[in-house]
Design a protein around this ligand. Structure first.
Ligand code: MSP
Length: 509
């Protein structure tokens, strides 16, 4: 039985259309999911939309729609965006689905039945609707939440159901300390450790006046606090409420979330799981933010929101995927601008990869009419280069260092371009005594291109497929890399397809 790999993204609030930050996370998760599939894992990849809570209810009201109609419309725009970006999710959870309602209710009942972690209490404090959370006074900057300075926090006084989060502090701290891989990267781990060392307050899990939520079965008139509702989605995707057999995917291998919500996933969520007697996820990875040029966070009020679907319409999915994954060191923040995207498109995709493919195919066609027979001519340096690139790629991808994964694959592309310059095969072709050398070189070139295309699959899947098709290795697409990233698979005599340029150069606008 192949080992399972369950990875999830955050589920996005549907208080607006998907933006580039949402897209970045889904693309990154997709690259990880594809890597794991290529490595032979039985992968389940979950994403979805978070549709309850004050923030969404307000957005529906502002749009003049009843909440359900509003979330139906908005959720569809997220799914369409991920489809346009080739995000290969297996499960899409909407928190307004009936299966999710049942999961949340079952989880709450399970926690209630196992002990006294749910109790009646009252609470008052500053509530930030942007975070959908209470903010301790000390975390406010000039009376505002640091992440949502445009929103005025509300002083809320509540009588409701509480979850004994504080009681889990020692267990969580011990878990985080004993499992360095539980929270990645280290910067996020240190943040969470600081929170845990500072002590934890209990959290309210009911909302008394908010109708737009999941009813608490044993508390008439109350709905479930939106984070408690949302976090449970990771179980909904495994049919938890029905005792689903997909629970073999639990615990999750990876929750990929943004740095702003890492705490919810490393504190509240594991405490909920401990209270319910369920195993903890293996890892929470808090990625960085995509910022607008100049380092500003995109926001509707700043008027700098980038629509990922519009970018796909202009450039196609792969250039956007490539840019975001290669240019942002994974785990850190990075900037996006169209100018920079176009520059990378031309320099990397059109000039380096596109030219390499067209030069290789042209020469193969012109000098040999198909994949040549290398005979005894073995280009040991290229074989070695590809082996080293594959090892570096695996090493990077096992740690989710997606930018380094691209660099590893790209090292083949760059080296082959240099080799063409250095070896001048067009000169070799003129000398009939060097025919075997030429065949060996061209074969190595094609094998190098093939292996690079195999390693690029997680990042630019469409491009990889095109390259593999043209070079006569379409069967390698999606096959385990343990089989494909191995020298010598191209069959001499196979015809290649020159075709159109992979990435037509963009003209400056
Ligand atoms: N609904 C909650 C998550 C619940 S998960 C159980 C939420 N939604 S969100 O729409 O605000 O954000 C969804 C994800 O997008 C989060 O992981 C968040 O960090 C990420 N991003 C939002 N803006 C971002 C950028 N500008 N850049 C990168 N990711 C960002 O939080």
């Amino acid at each position: 039985m192949p080992r399972t790999y369950y990875l999830t993204t955050a589920i996005d609030y549907v208080n607006g259309r998907p933006h580039l930050g949402h897209a970045y996370e889904k693309i990154a998760a997709d690259a990880i999911a594809r890597y794991r599939r290529l490595s032979g894992f039985d992968v389940k990849f979950l994403t979805g939309t978070d549709e309850h809570g004050t923030k969404v209810a307000r957005a529906a009201e502002a749009a003049g729609l009843d909440p359900q109609t509003y979330v139906d419309r908005l959720s569809a725009t997220f799914r369409e965006a991920w489809d346009a970006l080739d995000v290969s999710y297996d499960v899409f959870v909407r928190t307004t689905e009936e299966r999710h309602t049942r999961t949340v209710q079952r989880l709450l009942e399970r926690i209630r039945d196992r002990g006294d972690d749910l109790y009646e209490g009252s609470y008052e404090g500053w509530y930030c609707v942007g975070c959908e959370a209470y903010k301790p006074e000390k975390d406010l900057v000039d009376g505002r939440c640091a992440d949502h300075p445009g929103l005025e926090p509300r002083w809320v006084v509540e009588e409701n159901l509480f979850f004994r989060l504080g009681a889990y502090r020692d267990a969580l701290l011990a878990h985080v300390e004993a499992h360095p891989e539980f929270i990645r990267p280290d910067s996020r781990r240190n943040e969470v450790l600081a929170v845990l060392r500072g002590g934890l307050d209990d959290v309210s899990v009911s909302r008394e006046g908010l109708a737009w939520g999941i009813p608490i079965p044993f508390r008439p008139g109350a709905t479930v606090y939106v984070w408690f509702d949302a976090l449970a989605n990771y179980l909904t995707g495994l049919d938890f409420a029905d005792g689903g057999e997909d629970l073999r995917f639990w615990p999750a291998d990876l929750h990929l979330v943004g740095k702003d919500i890492t705490r919810f996933h490393c504190v509240i969520w594991p405490a909920m799981l401990l209270a319910a007697g369920l195993p903890l996820p293996r890892q929470v990875y808090g990625h960085g933010w995509v910022l607008a040029a100049g380092g500003q966070r995109e926001s509707k009020s700043a008027g700098n929101v980038t629509d990922p679907v519009a970018l796909v319409a202009t450039y196609g999915p792969d250039p956007l995927r490539f840019f975001l994954l290669k240019e942002i060191p994974f785990g850190k923040d990075g900037e996006f601008s169209r100018e920079r995207l176009e520059e990378r498109y031309n320099s990397a995709l059109a000039n380096e990869l596109g030219n390499l493919l067209s030069r290789a195919l042209n020469m193969v066609e012109k000098y040999r009419g198909g994949i040549p027979d290398p005979g005894a001519a073995r280009e040991a340096a290229v074989v070695d280069l590809c082996d080293r690139a594959t090892i570096a790629w695996r090493h990077a991808m096992d740690r989710h260092q997606l930018d380094e994964g691209i660099d590893a694959a790209w090292s083949i592309v760059a080296a082959l371009n240099n080799l063409i310059q250095a070896r001048e095969p067009w000169r070799v072709a003129k000398d009939p005594h060097r025919a075997e050398e030429l065949s060996g070189f061209l074969y190595a070139l094609c094998e190098g291109v093939r292996i690079a295309a195999c390693l690029l699959q997680p990042f630019v899947p469409r491009t990889s497929l095109h390259v593999l098709q043209r070079i006569g290795a379409a069967g390698d697409y999606g096959a385990p890399v343990a089989e494909t990233a191995v020298w010598g698979r191209l069959v001499p005599g196979t015809r290649v397809v020159k075709g159109e340029p992979l990435f037509p150069r963009l003209q400056p606008t």
